[in-house]
Ligand binder design. Structure first.
Ligand code: ADP
Length: 322
């Protein structure tokens, strides 16, 4: 459905894409995951015909984006990071304008009405875009991408800048749309990709470092759980107490912030929540626990794990082949 073959993009001296290849099949919700500056927007802008590539090939539904951009573009609906909205237009007017821009042939009124219902903006059709909340504006952005009923939808960081309730609503909408469309969604937020996508392509510094089904990503992030605890009491005795808690795999001092408390990093196995036994054990010995926080895995940690898992699998296959 979508294919990138060895695509390069240079901005002057800056090599933003260093030969990336990936595919998204029909029915995929593909997560395009990577830290800021990784090259996600560049790749999506090439895919949607907004930018040219320095080298490589890209196809939508078997049609070359570089050789036949008009036909390829008809099959893609794009929500850029900054949706192309006209604040002084009313929602309905704007969607009708996009309908004309795209040269859409579907019955105008009915098509726009259906889209407004799917993305839940029917109640604001007569309102000026500038008076809408950010969440509603994002929905209008999604609505314009849906005009013409393209097979492929591309969403660039669709939840950036939204509040938590709006984020959940937009994620649910993306999942719903995934039933009818192939979707590529870029994100630098790991839980977003985990919740919404069926596959993930991880990009870092212009190269693809992993291309995996979502289950593999889940495995990669399901490492040990880590907590940082600030505890009062003598270091040796606190460490002895921590090592006696069966839920705790390891504990190490990471710093002494003040005279009477010490910070420890505490690891437990995946799915084990060490917080309650930790609290009880310290309370029983009279060592006050004055701070406790979970440590989230960074995207970089996830890349390292995905890449090392891939190497493990390759080695496994090589061993079998011999
Ligand atoms: P992401 O979307 O993953 O945050 P981008 O695709 O926006 O990453 O950027 C990839 C790299 O290309 C970055 O180093 C960025 O600074 C650079 N870049 C992006 N757009 C331009 C541009 N128009 N001119 C020059 N460099 C750019």
């Amino acid at each position: 459905m979508i294919e990138f073959r060895d695509v390069y993009k240079n901005y002057g001296q800056n090599r933003a894409l260093k030969g990336i290849s990936f595919k998204a099949e029909s029915g995929d919700i593909l997560g395009f995951l990577g830290p800021n500056g990784a090259g996600k927007s560049t790749a999506l802008n090439i895919l949607t015909g907004y930018l040219s590539a320095t080298a490589g090939e890209a196809y939508v539904d078997g049609i070359s984006i570089f050789e036949n951009p008009v036909e390829a573009k008809k099959r893609i609906g794009f929500l850029p990071e900054l949706p192309p909205l006209y604040p002084d237009m009313k929602v309905g007017e704007y969607l009708s304008f996009v309908y004309d821009l795209k040269g859409c042939k579907l019955p105008r009124k009915q098509h726009i009405k259906e889209i407004c219902e799917v993305v839940k903006i029917a109640d604001v059709e007569g309102r000026l875009i500038k008076n809408l909340s950010k969440g509603y504006r994002q929905r209008v952005g999604i609505a314009q991408a849906l005009i013409g009923n393209p097979k492929v939808l591309v969403f660039d960081e669709p939840t950036v800048g939204l509040d938590p309730k709006q984020i959940i609503e937009i994620r649910n909408l993306v999942k719903l749309l995934g039933k009818e469309h192939t979707i590529i969604i870029s994100s630098h937020v790991l839980p977003e990709v985990q919740q919404v996508c069926s596959r993930v392509v991880v990009i870092n510094e212009g190269s693809i470092v992993a291309d995996e089904p979502i289950e593999t990503l889940a495995e990669a992030v399901s490492g040990p759980r880590r907590l940082i605890a600030k505890i009062c009491g003598p270091e040796a005795e606190v460490l002895k107490t921590l090592s006696a808690v069966s839920a705790i795999r390891s504990a190490e001092v990471i710093g002494k912030q003040d005279a009477d408390s010490i910070s420890y990093i505490i690891e437990s196995d995946d799915r084990i929540d060490a917080r309650k036994p930790l609290f009880s054990a310290l309370a029983a010995k009279g060592f006050p626990l004055i701070g406790l926080e979970g440590v989230e895995m960074s995207l970089e940690d996830v890349f390292v794990r995905l890449v090392s898992k891939k190497e493990e699998r390759t080695r496994g296959r090589e061993r079998k082949a011999h």
